[in-house]
Design a protein around this ligand. Structure first.
Ligand SMILES: C[S@@+](CC[C@H](N)C(=O)[O-])C[C@H]1O[C@@H](n2cnc3c(N)ncnc32)[C@H](O)[C@@H]1O
Length: 314
């Protein structure tokens, strides 16, 4: 019986995701920073009253808002993470998950053909969502890398610039390399910092400059094939100063490719959304770094992430 209940809960998991996506899209949590009735909420949103009441009651049941008489209001978890403008806001990554929902809906076809389905895309919520995720970990990830020998750095595929900001705050002159549409967003987050420079292009084909003590490659490898990643590592190595380092951050997955669950699920996400990406094990990534001629490979596991650093011998 227990097995059946777990199975049904697995099959029905989509319901709570969908309710959260819709509430987030409608910005219900911005509205419920003060107690409001379903009628007032529907009037403000321009939504149907019966539908809004049912959605709000489900959000109460899910533990995201509370209901006192006829009035609904955020619980602390929603005020902290789901109300826009809060420092630890998660609404962009939730919105990105909603985009992924559309692409994942073609998983049957993706598995039959081996081809991705990236028909839905929202670059803005993807890149801002990266900030939602890394805002919690930038400090301890940079601590783990260590900066004693670093005055210049490049953040390869730096996204919104969360790590570049952390590096810059610690006195490093950092170049954030990314595609033009991402750089436009990164400038909003990191544009005010004098020691952050922006470089636009495709890191697989364009020049990335040189003279770096550290090249940070965070959450980039999983979108590409092993051959593309080795090519990127070789290119990045050439951009380093003598004794410079590459630091890689990726989601952790064991050699068996099934543990932890988050890593295995993320691999499916890459199957759905990229031509040749997936989650890579530490051994796979270390072998690429060694193949590219880097030495002194060190690894640290930090929650769901793994950091691998390797040095370009002089
Ligand atoms: C998953 S995000 C990671 C962002 C950031 N490094 C982090 O860890 O939060 C991957 C980033 O790499 C960038 N990117 C992917 N392929 C790229 C390419 N060929 N050239 C330049 N940027 C690329 C994307 O635009 C995106 O900003």
């Amino acid at each position: 019986m227990e097995g059946i209940i777990a199975l049904r809960s697995l099959a029905g998991g989509f319901r709570q995701s969908r309710i959260l996506f819709t509430a987030n899209n409608l910005r219900i949590f911005d509205l419920l920073n003060k107690p409001k009735s379903a009628k007032a909420t529907a009037a403000k949103l321009g939504t149907d009253l019966r539908a809004t009441s049912i959605l709000l009651d489900a959000l109460v049941s899910m533990g995201l808002i509370k209901k006192d008489g006829s009035l609904y209001e955020n619980l602390p978890v929603s005020s902290k993470y789901l109300q826009s403008g809060r420092p630890e806001y998660q609404g962009d990554i939730i919105s990105h998950f909603d985009t992924l929902w559309n692409n994942w809906s073609s998983l049957d076809t993706v598995v039959k053909t081996g081809k991705p389905n990236r028909t839905a895309a929202n670059h803005d919520s993807f890149i801002r969502g990266m900030h939602n995720l890394s805002v919690f970990k930038a400090k301890y990830i940079i601590d783990a890398i260590g900066l004693t020998d670093v005055t210049t750095a490049i953040d390869i595929g730096g996204g919104p610039g969360t790590y570049a900001i952390e590096l810059a705050r610690r006195g490093v002159d950092v170049t954030l390399f990314d595609r033009p549409d991402t750089i436009a967003i990164a400038k909003e987050y990191a544009g005010g910092l004098a020691n952050v420079t922006f470089m636009e292009g495709d890191f697989l084909v364009d020049t990335i400059g040189k003279g770096y003590d550290l090249a940070f490659i965070s959450q980039v490898f999983h979108s590409y094939t092993p051959a593309e990643n080795i090519r990127l590592i070789k290119k990045v190595k050439k951009s380093l100063n003598k004794n410079g380092r590459i630091a890689v951050q990726e989601f952790f997955i064991e050699d068996n490719m099934s543990e932890p669950l988050e890593g295995a699920l993320f691999a499916v996400n890459m199957l759905v959304n990229t031509e040749g990406g997936r989650c890579y094990s530490v051994n796979e990534m270390q072998s690429w770094l060694n193949k590219a001629g880097l030495t002194s490979v060190t690894t640290s596991r930090l929650n769901e992430a793994v950091i691998i650093t390797a040095r370009a011998a002089g």
